[in-house]
Design a protein around this ligand. Structure first.
Ligand code: ASP
Length: 396
């Protein structure tokens, strides 16, 4: 017996649907241009420059792709009915499920580098708005800030009983060697057939936890990794998640969407580098309520320069939530220092970020800082507590 599942695709922009467009206009209807490649012309400083821009009406393109839409099934069973707006994922050997999907395209498609917190609030609200109409959700998102987006959505969606998958592409869908088809197809199958009640990212051939993922390459098809946590799923001949990998046993998560739709703008990431000055620190600390401090190695910074340390100490005294994470791709910053160069940060009340990514800490700070019912100390405790699978704290 074939089951039918419905997936909502929220199309926000990104390389997935970009084209170099000769006309130079932004967001032209892509229409029947699938497969064609045109050279872009945008005036930049008086020169014609070829750049990728988002194309509207991605649905028209996807309807022409046999790997992503079963036009025969649609014509026989859906055309002319109230299901005509849906597309149909072609059947694979690996599923007994018929996946029907709708594309909800944003009016303004964006390169994800242009996203602000408001864009992710809109996505989270849309997931909540359509929660009961669909069995799963796929968000087509540019890769540049996908790690931020996945973390932010993870924190905002305090409870989400259905699978949410972010995906995108390194090569636009219009190009023959594009990774868009396989990323999209796998993300759709996962959203429709796997019960993963959390926010995830599918890319390359792996599914990652939203709060653990990082963009690690701007050229490789395998653009993402989660260096401190194993992938939730690897696409093989089948696509099956091990429920033990998930934050909660899936059956324990209520089938509902609980949303915290406030985020603080007053958060930033500050990287310690040999040329750091007190003025740089002060400029950030004086304007922010939460700061991700990316330090060297195990959580170290220059200590011979007291003026640097004093700025950090002053910020903590002023109740800025400063969280220490490592600049290394992999590793952890613990609550006790290993080197003398890490000791002062522990002593002055900088919060250890453990094995969280910078992206996850920024997102968590932005979320936690809007919990007005919590005291500063309670916010500190929350930052050290695993709430969305974002960290491992060995002391808990
Ligand atoms: N600049 C693009 C974006 O983030 C990159 C991509 O999607 O791969 O929207």
């Amino acid at each position: 017996m074939v089951q039918t599942k419905r997936v909502l695709v929220i199309y926000t922009g990104g390389t997935f649907g970009m084209l170099k467009n000769e006309k130079g206009g932004r967001q032209q209807a892509a229409g029947r241009q699938a497969g064609s490649r045109q050279v872009a012309g945008r005036q930049v400083a008086g020169r014609q420059v070829a750049v990728l821009v988002s194309q509207k009406n991605i649905e028209e393109v996807i309807r022409l792709l046999p790997q992503l839409h079963d036009v025969d099934h649609w014509t026989k069973t859906m055309a002319g009915t109230d299901m005509k707006d849906y597309l149909v994922l072609p059947d694979g050997k690996d599923t007994e499920v018929k996946v029907l999907y709708k594309i909800h395209e944003y009016d303004e498609l964006k390169d994800s580098s242009d996203f602000t917190l408001d864009d992710w609030i809109k996505m989270a609200r849309d997931i909540k708005r359509f929660y009961h109409d669909y069995d799963g959700f796929v968000v087509l998102h540019g890769t540049d800030t996908m790690a931020y987006g996945a973390s932010i959505l993870s924190f905002m969606l305090e409870v989400v009983g259905k699978t949410v998958v972010l995906t995108g592409a390194q090569i636009p869908i219009f190009q023959p060697r594009s990774d868009a088809n396989s990323n999209f197809h796998c993300a759709m199958l996962i959203a429709a057939t796997q019960h993963i009640p959390e926010v995830t990212v599918f890319f390359g051939c792996k599914l990652f936890r939203g709060t653990r993922v990082k963009k690690v390459s701007n050229t490789r098809i395998y653009a993402f990794d989660s260096p401190n946590f194993p992938p939730l799923l690897e696409a093989k001949t089948t696509l099956d998640v091990d429920p033990k990998m998930l934050i909660h046993p899936p059956e324990s998560v209520p089938n509902e969407c609980r949303l915290h739709d406030k985020l603080s703008q007053k958060v930033y990431v500050l990287k310690v580098a040999p040329t750091i000055t007190p003025k740089v620190l002060r400029a950030v600390f004086d304007n922010m309520e939460g700061v991700v401090l990316e330090t060297y190695g195990n959580g170290n910074m220059p200590i011979k320069r007291r003026d640097i340390y004093q700025e950090i100490e002053r910020a903590v005294k002023n109740n800025v939530l400063v969280v220490n994470v490592t600049q290394c791709i992999n590793g952890t910053v613990l609550g006790k220092a290993i080197y003398e160069t890490g000791l002062l940060l522990v002593e002055c009340g900088v919060v250890p970020g453990f094995d969280m990514t910078s992206e996850a800490v920024l997102a968590k700070l932005s979320y936690v800082l809007t919990k007005t019912e919590l005291s500063y100390q309670q916010k500190v405790e929350l930052m050290k507590t695993n709430i969305r699978g974002e960290l491992y704290n060995p002391q808990r």
